[in-house]
Design a protein around this ligand. Structure first.
Ligand SMILES: Cc1cc2nc3c(=O)[nH]c(=O)nc-3n(C[C@H](O)[C@H](O)[C@H](O)COP(=O)(O)OP(=O)(O)OC[C@H]3O[C@@H](n4cnc5c(N)ncnc54)[C@H](O)[C@@H]3O)c2cc1C
Ligand code: SF4
Length: 490
């Protein structure tokens, strides 16, 4: 250990941009065994491991790094999976620069962080290859049943923990496959889908029942779930896309990021037929694409458009690079792949094909199909004083407008929760002023007895690793509560 003084930080090999631009496979290769041991050996085994503190799951990172450095991979896996339900997924898609790696002590001392995420992925991928990932076999079956709404990371992490304890678990999801945004939001070049499907299969084999294509609120009422199960966990995520206003914003060819990414994930990863993709509505092939937004969703859209064969891909963001919410690693990847970032710019409206009512104030564009977008009217910005969050707020530069050509515009401005109590007709389920469900910190208990909530529907749009933590904590609270009720009933 402690070789960080002599051994430089190294990531697994990254495929060159000209090769990775044409497919949806992950861009990083796996570490070779020796390389993983070498990189894990850079850990300084410090007394207060800040990496662990800043990992939402408080993974025992120094322990599994030491075991990896010593070649004791199965033991490393055992420790790693104790605190994380899906370590191979977090290793791939956590924004490590903001979490564990960003707080690594040797990073702070200027030596370059230990590549924690890549080692975590390597350990669990190796465990799968070697058959160390064991089927779920509860020691004894329990009579209690729990219904989980949503098969994203929060719901799946809870299902895993409850089922291992012998509880009867049913997961309901409106989609045809499990995984939530891990399956239909995050593109394959960050997270290949067989990694997620393997986990769903493990849960199914372990006795978790999945009911897909079942929209709670329309196909089945929430009250029915309450009647059928001893406890219900709401883990539905947040899907209401923030929208754009302004002249021309209703034109054809202006689409929501979630629709665009879902179509791409279906076609490129599962070979599904998606009519809106085939018609070109949700396909960037040959198009001039403008993505609006500066978060990770925007980064996923621009990189997807590159792979679909877009003629050009631009990302419009109203702040500058250092003030953007997306991971810097993903921005760098996008730039390598040919994406053009237009910083300090926001949309004022859209030009569109002639005659369409949306083409206002003389910006109808000749030669463009009627009612379809032809360009984005861009307003240039400058950054003012920092606001309460510490980020500098953008201010318009008057008279600086220009038009950026576009025949596909993707809105990636973030997500908000749907109004669940209204949608589902549930009385007494408290929500915050942002519409997220009010749930007790650390247990997910809501204002309704026997109803729990976890993941993005509680936090607002967040991260997979936080959803896993919430799901695990809610499962523990459910177990404690149903056990207490069982004892009281004796
Ligand atoms: C494009 C994109 C890229 C992202 N990239 C990353 C990343 O790189 N790293 C990272 O950590 N995080 C990333 N995130 C965030 C991350 O995906 C989410 O924070 C996480 O998936 C939230 O988990 P969840 O279980 O709460 O919800 P979700 O993953 O959204 O799952 C919710 C599930 O509930 C189902 N559902 C909803 N309503 C109903 C209903 N009424 N009835 C039945 N089922 C219902 C949905 O179909 C869905 O399957 C990204 C998000 C997006 C959109
Ligand atoms: S779960 Fe995420 S934050 Fe925690 S150690 Fe793994 S990669 Fe880092």
């Amino acid at each position: 250990m402690l070789t960080f003084v002599t051994v430089d930080r190294d990531m697994p090999e990254k495929r060159p941009p000209n090769l990775r631009r044409d497919d949806f496979h992950e861009i990083y290769a796996e570490f070779a065994r020796e390389k993983a041991a070498e990189q894990a050996g850079r850990c300084s085994q410090c007394g207060v491991p800040y990496c662990q503190t800043h990992c939402p799951l408080h993974n025992n990172i120094p322990d599994w790094l030491r075991l990896t450095a010593e070649g004791r991979l199965q033991e490393a896996y055992e420790i790693s999976q104790e605190t994380n339900t899906f370590p191979e997924i977090c290793g791939r898609i956590c924004p490590q620069d903001r979490l564990c790696e960003g707080n690594c002590v040797i990073e702070q001392s200027g030596h370059g962080t230990v590549t924690i995420g890549a080692v975590e992925k390597y350990i669990t991928d190796t465990a799968w290859e070697n058959g160390w990932v064991k089927p779920m076999t509860p020691a004894a079956e329990r009579p209690e049943s729990v219904g989980i709404v949503g098969a994203g990371p929060a719901g799946l992490a809870a299902a895993d923990r409850l089922r291992r304890a012998g509880v009867q678990v049913t997961v309901y999801d409106r989609y045809d496959r499990g995984g939530g945004l891990m399956t239909y939001g995050i593109p394959g070049f960050k997270l290949e889908k067989d990694v997620v499907m393997k986990r769903i299969a493990q849960l199914e084999e372990g006795g978790v029942k999945f009911v897909f294509e079942c929209n709670i609120g329309t196909d089945t009422g929430f009250a029915d779930l309450q009647d059928e199960h001893d406890a219900v966990l709401i883990a539905t995520g947040v899907y209401k896309s923030r929208d754009l206003q302004g002249p021309g914003s209703g034109s054809g060819g202006i689409v929501r990021a979630i629709d665009y990414l879902t179509a791409s994930n279906r076609v490129s990863n599962f070979g599904d037929t998606v009519p809106e993709f085939d018609s070109g509505e949700l396909n960037a092939d040959g198009k001039k694409v403008v993505v609006i937004g500066g978060g990770d969703t925007a980064m996923d859209c621009v990189r997807t458009a590159v792979r679909q064969g877009a003629q050009s891909v631009k990302c419009l963001y109203r702040r500058d690079r250092s003030n953007m919410p997306g991971s810097q690693r993903e921005v760098a990847n996008a730039e390598e792949e040919g994406v053009d970032f237009v910083w300090l710019s926001g949309p004022k409206g859209f030009t569109a094909g002639g005659g369409h009512e949306a083409s206002v104030r003389g910006v109808a564009v000749e030669g463009t199909e009627e009612g379809r977008v032809a360009g984005v009217m861009v307003q240039r910005m400058r950054l003012g004083q920092p606001d309460a969050t510490g980020r500098q707020s953008p201010q318009l530069i008057e008279g600086s407008d220009y038009v950026e050509d576009a025949d596909l515009v993707i809105k990636a401005l973030g997500f908000e929760p749907e109004e669940l109590p209204t949608l589902w007709g549930v009385e007494g389920l408290d929500v915050t002023r942002w519409g997220t469900i009010k749930a007790e910190f650390g247990t997910g208990r809501t204002s309704l007895p026997g109803v729990y909530a976890a993941g993005d529907i509680v936090r607002g749009a967040s991260l997979v690793v936080w959803a896993i933590r919430d799901g695990r904590e809610a499962a523990d609270a459910i177990l404690a509560d149903v056990s207490e009720r069982a004892v009281a009933a004796e």
